[in-house]
Unconditional design. Structure first.
Length: 224
C-alpha cells in the first residue's frame, strides 16, 4: 500500500473537523455504551487523522488505538489528546502505520472504525485493508466503514486507477484529495466479505449547485 503525500500537506496546512459524525457516535453507543467497564472495550480507528474520533472515544472512557499514514496527523491527535484527555496513554495509543499491515495481534479489538480512511485507496488495497480489519478483530467484533458512493461528485473524473478509484479529481470537494474510491452497493459486500453485513445505510449532503456528496454507512460483524 502506498501513501498519498497529499494528505501530509493537507494536515499541515488545513484545519480539520474537531468532532465525530453522528453516525459513528450511534454505532459506538449501540454497541458499547451498556458495557459496565468501558476501559475493557478496545476500538481501533484506521485513518484516524487529527483525532476527532479518538478524542470522542477517550472522553467516553474507551480504550483505543489509532493509525494513520501521516506523521503530522498522528502528532496533531496526540497533542489534542494530551491537552484534553489526561491519562489516555495508560490504555491507548496512536501510531503511524499502513492499513494493509497493521501492527497488532490477531483478535485484539472489539471494533474497528473507518471514516473514509480506506476509501483513499484502490480496490486492491482496500480489500487488503478490510481483511486486516477482520484479522485484528475479536470473534464477533464489529466494523464501521464510511465510504463514498458512485453518486458522489467526482466519480469518473481525473486519472483512473481502477474501475472505481480515481486521482487528480479536477473539481468539487474531492479536488486535491489524492486517490478516492467510489463504491457501488454491490461492491461493498465484496470488499467486506469477512463480515456479516447489517442493512446498508447512506447519508447525503448537497455540494454546490446540482451536486451531492453521498456516502455509505456500512456496518457488520466479523464472520466466524
Amino acid at each position: 500500500m502506498s501513501w498519498d503525500n497529499v494528505w501530509e500537506e493537507i494536515f499541515k496546512t488545513q484545519a480539520w473537523g474537531k468532532y465525530p459524525e453522528p453516525e459513528l457516535i450511534r454505532f459506538v453507543a449501540r454497541g458499547f455504551y451498556k458495557v459496565e467497564d468501558r476501559k475493557s472495550v478496545k476500538i481501533l480507528e484506521i485513518g484516524s487523522g487529527p483525532g476527532s474520533n479518538l478524542w470522542y472515544l477517550a472522553r467516553e472512557g474507551f480504550s483505543f488505538a489509532g493509525i494513520d499514514g501521516s506523521e503530522t496527523a498522528v502528532a496533531q491527535s496526540c497533542q489534542r489528546l494530551d491537552a484534553e484527555c489526561p491519562g489516555w496513554r495508560e490504555s491507548s495509543q496512536v501510531t503511524a502505520a499502513f492499513f494493509d499491515n497493521m501492527p497488532f495481534e490477531d483478535g485484539t479489538f472489539d471494533a474497528v472504525i473507518d471514516n473514509e480512511g480506506i476509501s483513499c485507496n484502490s480496490m486492491e488495497d482496500s480489500l487488503r485493508a478490510y481483511q486486516e480489519s477482520a484479522r485484528v478483530l475479536k470473534k464477533g467484533g464489529r466494523m464501521f466503514s464510511r465510504m463514498f458512493t458512485t453518486d458522489t461528485w467526482g466519480y469518473g473524473m481525473g486519472k483512473s486507477i481502477d474501475e472505481y478509484t480515481f486521482s487528480d479529481i479536477p473539481e468539487g470537494p474531492l479536488y486535491q484529495r489524492g486517490r478516492i474510491r467510489f463504491t457501488p452497493a454491490e461492491v461493498v459486500s465484496q470488499l467486506m466479505s469477512d463480515f456479516t453485513m447489517d442493512p446498508l445505510e447512506w447519508v447525503a449532503r448537497s455540494a454546490g449547485d446540482d451536486h451531492e456528496i453521498r456516502e455509505w454507512i456500512a456496518t457488520g460483524t466479523k464472520n466466524g
